[in-house]
Design a protein around this ligand. Structure first.
Ligand SMILES: *Cc1c(COP(=O)(O)O)cnc(C)c1O
Length: 441
């Protein structure tokens, strides 16, 4: 067996960590993101040909866990977290067009995969009797709900969700506030990037950490990023068994966690073809891939709100993976899709094909529509990141009818919801956490 991977910070100023340490910490001490010292390579033959998603995940992630305290538990962690399917569903509109549906989990978005896996890891890393850990999560909508659901009523863990007030859909806001018990929601008077900055500031605040141990469950956490690789590996292998060409992907992208997982899977040697990022009007990544300097900026609000990110965190990991900008630009292409086009795409696909997509999935569907119109006949999967029922206020007026609500979402929407307001200032979160710690002790 190969030697254990070591985990380093993208900023290069933190001591090496084990996987368990990296998962427990969330962010590296120097403010960077944890990455493995190299990406292992895997042979397709290593995978069981009719394995479940959880089995594919256990094989794929084994080299990342080798030598770690969690290694022996990896298959159980995968089985515990990956309890719902991520089907690759063929669409009748073109013989080689499919959707990779990632929204069959408890909160109806792909974030359930990472959140549940992270929760399963943290339960084991922390053991029993430790000081309660507060998990901070900045969310543009879906992450907070997934993390809340994954940790709800888990002993020894408090979850604090920060979301930009008025910038998530009404149903998302309801989901975020509906947990209660050990899960609290703060509605921040600012943007997602403010929420993310406040979380990072708190995590980097040693004095605060001494009062109240903190971790993060954002897509910066390796415990979320790694499991997201599973569904890409699973779909790629499934496709490749029956077809001669590899599957290409269009990934709706915001903070770049989901797409980075696909890039890593391909870099490990699994059969994936091209990867295209579909962004909304937040054009930081499209501009970079078009040849401009990387220029993070303030996020603007769009219909695909879970992708309203102007400074995608995982760009640091992408740059670590491909340090030379020119090489990096060969790996991916990225495109912006404006709100009008998102609306038109949702309406068009409902009208012509009877398919209803959420606004995020619609950005990716539009990118593929354009490829098809330009004569591209390769196999493509559009990654469907959320169920359209989460965004009914956008989707229903466009398609002229209501969208059925998946049962798990319906249950959450029936519970009452509460969220406290908070100013978009690092100090406000600090004070709030100190007060919470004082009350608890
Ligand atoms: C989070 C999210 C995205 C963006 O994913 P990233 O990993 O941040 O790029 C896209 N669509 C939906 C529905 C999401 O919740």
């Amino acid at each position: 067996m190969s030697a254990a991977l070591r985990y380093l910070s993208t900023r290069g100023n933190s001591p090496d960590a084990t996987l368990s340490e990296a998962i427990a910490a969330g962010l590296a001490p120097d403010g960077g993101l944890y990455v493995p010292d190299h990406l292992p390579k895997l042979d397709i033959a290593a995978f069981k040909s009719d394995g479940s998603l959880a089995e594919t995940a256990a094989t794929l992630l084994a080299p990342f866990f080798a030598g770690d305290a969690l290694a022996a538990e990896l298959p159980t962690i995968c089985a515990e977290a990956l309890t719902f399917p991520t089907p690759l569903r063929a669409l009748p509109q073109h013989p080689k067009t499919s959707v990779l549906e990632l929204f069959h989990g408890p909160t109806a978005a792909f974030k359930d995969v990472g959140a549940r896996f992270l929760a399963a890891c943290l339960r084991r890393v922390r053991g029993h009797g430790a000081v309660p850990l507060t998990i901070l999560v900045a969310t543009s909508g879906d992450t907070g709900a997934a993390v809340g659901a994954a940790f709800h009523r888990q002993p020894g863990v408090e979850v604090v969700i920060l979301y930009p007030d008025g910038r998530v859909s009404p149903r998302q806001a309801h989901q975020l506030g509906c947990f209660g018990d050990n899960v609290q929601a703060l509605r921040v008077q600012g943007r997602f990037d403010d929420c993310q900055r406040m979380v990072k500031a708190a995590l980097n605040d040693a004095a605060l950490q001494a009062q109240s141990p903190l971790s993060s469950a954002n897509s910066i956490s390796l415990g979320r990023l790694l499991p997201q690789m599973s569904y890409y590996a699973h779909a790629a292998l499934m496709w490749r068994r029956e077809h001669s060409e590899p599957l290409n992907l269009v990934v709706p992208t915001g903070n770049l966690g989901n797409a980075l997982a696909a890039v890593w899977v391909r870099a490990m040697g699994l059969p994936l073809g091209k990867i295209r990022l579909a962004c909304n009007s937040n054009a930081t990544l499209p501009d970079f891939f078009a040849g401009h300097d990387y220029l993070p900026r303030e996020a603007i609000a769009t219909l695909a709100n879970a992708m309203d990110v102007g400074a995608p965190s995982n760009f640091e990991r992408l740059r670590w993976t491909f340090p030379h900008a020119e090489v990096l630009r060969e790996q991916l292409q990225a495109q912006s899709v404006d709100d009008q086009t998102i609306s038109d795409t949702i309406a068009l696909h409902a009208r012509e094909h009877g398919e209803v997509f959420c606004p995020h999935t619609a950005t990716a569907m539009h990118v593929l529509d354009q490829l098809r119109a330009s004569g591209d006949d390769a196999p493509w999967a559009v990654v469907a990141t959320a169920h359209p029922a989460k965004f009914e206020s956008v989707v229903e007026p466009l398609i002229g009818k209501s969208v059925d609500v998946p049962p798990a979402l319906a249950v959450m929407l029936q519970r009452p919801a509460v969220a406290e307001p908070m100013a978009a200032e690092d100090g406000a979160l600090r004070e709030w956490l100190l007060e919470k710690a004082a009350l608890a002790s």
